[in-house]
Structure formats: structure tokens, C-alpha cells
Design a protein. Structure first.
Length: 81
């Protein structure tokens, strides 16, 4: 079974460049706190790398355990706990 990534929009797309905004929409994210699940492919990873400040990433249902690499803020928040 292929790994899955859960991608969640945590910042508004207002003020983003048009290419970043299009990337968020192409990921299927419509509003803040909206989550979608994608296969873990290099294409999706590249899209996430384009807007790391605006999304959080974790492993989805098809994955084994733990979290995938997310934004720096998420890592800092979990380290502070």
C-alpha cells in the first residue's frame, strides 16, 4: 500500500504570489484548517515544498506510524510541548 500524506492549510492564501496560490488550490485545499490526503509522491512533495509556511503535513491512514516532515513551525511547536 502506498504511503499517504495528510496536508492541512494553516495560513491564508491572501498575499501569496499567484504561483503559490495556484499550488495550494492544486493540492485541493480550499480554506484554512481544510485537510486533504494525497499519495506520497515526489510531485506532491514538491508542491508542499513550494508553500511550507502555509501547510502542515502528517502521515495519513495508509502510512505506518509517526509524522512526515511538516513545516518548521509545527516541529517547533511539538518540541516546545
Amino acid at each position: 500500500m502506498a504511503k499517504k500524506l495528510r496536508v492541512k492549510l494553516v495560513r491564508s492564501i491572501i498575499g501569496m504570489s499567484p504561483t503559490q496560490e495556484a499550488t495550494v488550490k492544486a493540492l485541493g485545499l480550499r480554506r484554512i484548517r481544510h485537510e486533504v490526503e494525497h499519495d506520497d509522491t515526489p510531485t506532491i512533495r514538491g508542491m508542499i515544498a513550494t508553500v511550507p509556511f502555509a501547510v502542515e503535513v502528517s502521515e495519513g491512514r495508509g502510512a505506518t506510524e509517526g509524522e512526515a516532515s511538516g513545516s518548521k513551525r509545527k516541529a517547533e511547536r511539538s518540541a516546545a510541548r
